[in-house]
Ligand binder design. Structure first.
Ligand SMILES: [Zn+2]
Length: 456
């Protein structure tokens, strides 16, 4: 396959120029100036003029709900949604049912993934058995089975002695722990950012301190270990300062932000209700600005969707019908509605909108195209210890072809994901994956997508 006429952006190789890319037997064979590669006999030439050719996008944090919750998502639907979003690999979190804390579950996930012609699945192993925070899983065995990251995500690791032991053991294996940072004494029942919006809703607030207190504790541990530590879905300005401080003190720490935390602030909850409810919650406008600045200056290493599919019942949509958007006047939710909101499941889907929202920051000139590729491919590949995230000759041809000017509307009914819980419905985005290529095979082609897009 010859990808001809595109603009190659490959930060790992410090390459950002027009070039053709030749893929042979599923492997990148050559990246050369336009017109320099003669396609071998039988090769198909794909004209990608006007598009960016990037190493395949990688999402280090998704929930595929399989095994356990087929009404929300399955490995098959999740990986197809990922491919449609331009992702060639996604790291699937361990909070399935049963939890991914044994070889059998990891193997089950990889077997299901092999049956699907879509994105690759990278298994994330639990840190503690059953996510109960008490007993460590057998890390070496899980690595052997294919785990590339360790996380109890969804639940924080409350016992710092357990976490400290996990960091020491994983430092020897050189695999990272991804930390869901939440002090549940402080966040208890908090359903929206503590402040104006939680008051409007009449629900308990979830303060920044629930996140920052735990990050401060865990980064103190990280400073004392060699092992890589990754902060999942950070949401506020002080968290960014804590990461900078820990780095200055020698911690081997990376961090991620979700598209909703770099695109929306807490006011979105008044409009979208439970479809803008997540953990950590959407924060203030100044937190949003700090996050964007930290994406631009390199403090935030990567973008992760935290793709969290939920069926309408889990979001209590029926109980909350008619409550959102809330009017501009000062009315609160009724006590019943506030309670239904507090009980609604946390999280939103993100695989099919992440690239379009990141491209939004590129079009606004908040980040450069190269920075976006670093955050969505180069750096996640390093975190997950994958031989990916680069268009180096000899490695598997996982490639995303991005049309930066393709305009489209977010239409949840057309998503390949099984779930529809998104606060971005109806939004007009500019920038979309045109082709997603995994191991030299096209697993998504926008031409056959029913989500109609027009080039501007
Ligand atoms: Zn989490």
């Amino acid at each position: 396959m010859l990808l001809s006429g595109g603009h190659v952006i490959d930060p790992a190789n410090d390459f950002d120029a027009d070039a053709d890319v030749l893929v042979v037997d599923g492997v990148v064979q050559a990246v050369e100036e336009p017109g320099q590669i003669r396609a071998p006999e039988g090769a198909s030439t794909i004209d990608v003029h006007g598009c960016w050719v990037t190493p395949g996008l990688i999402d280090p944090h998704v929930h595929l709900r399989d095994p356990g919750f087929p009404q929300k998502e399955t490995i098959a639907t999740g990986l197809r949604a990922a491919a449609a979003g331009g992702f060639t690999a996604v790291a699937a979190m361990a909070n399935t049912s049963p939890v991914n804390d044994t070889l059998d579950i990891t193997r089950y996930m990889l077997d299901r993934a092999r049956e699907v012609h879509a994105s690759r699945l990278i298994p994330v192993s639990a840190v503690t058995k059953g996510l109960r925070g008490a007993e460590l899983v057998d890390f070496a065995a899980m690595v052997e089975a294919g785990a590339c990251l360790f996380s109890d995500d969804g639940i924080p690791i409350d016992d710092q002695v357990i976490l400290s032991r996990a960091l020491d053991e994983l430092a020897l294996l050189n695999f990272a722990v991804s930390l869901h940072e939440e002090d549940r004494h402080l966040s208890e029942e908090g359903a929206a950012n503590a402040g104006e919006v939680s008051k409007r809703l009449g629900v308990k607030g979830y303060p920044n301190s629930a996140e920052t207190a735990r990050i401060r504790r865990d980064l103190a541990l990280a400073i004392g270990t060699e092992g890589p530590v990754h902060i999942a879905h950070l949401s506020c300005a002080e968290s960014i300062e804590l990461v900078k401080h820990a780095r200055r003190n020698g911690a081997n720490v990376t961090c991620e932000v979700t598209p909703h935390h770099f695109w929306l602030d807490e006011h979105a909850v008044l409009e979208w209700g439970p479809n803008a409810k997540m953990n950590p919650p959407l924060r203030s406008e100044s937190d949003l600005e700090a996050i964007r600045a930290a994406m631009a200056d390199g403090t935030i290493d990567m973008i992760a969707t935290d793709h969290a599919p939920h069926d309408p019942a889990s979001k209590n949509l029926e109980h909350l019908a008619g409550c959102f958007p809330m009017s501009a006047s000062g009315a609160h939710l009724s006590d019943d509605a506030a309670s239904a909101f507090m009980r609604a499941a946390n999280g939103i889907i993100g695989l099919e909108t992440s690239l379009g929202l990141a491209m939004g920051l590129v079009h606004k000139k908040v980040i450069s195209p190269r920075r976006m590729v670093e955050m969505m491919s180069t750096n996640p590949a390093r975190l997950l210890r994958l031989e990916a995230g680069a268009l180096s000759c000899g490695i598997a041809a996982d490639i995303t072809i991005i049309d930066p000017d393709l305009e489209w509307f977010v239409e949840p009914a057309k998503f390949l994901s099984k779930s529809r819980n998104t606060p971005f419905a109806g939004m007009r985005l500019r920038g979309k994956a045109r082709l997603t290529i995994v191991g030299g095979e096209i697993v998504y082609d926008a031409r056959y997508d029913t989500n109609r897009a027009t080039r501007v």
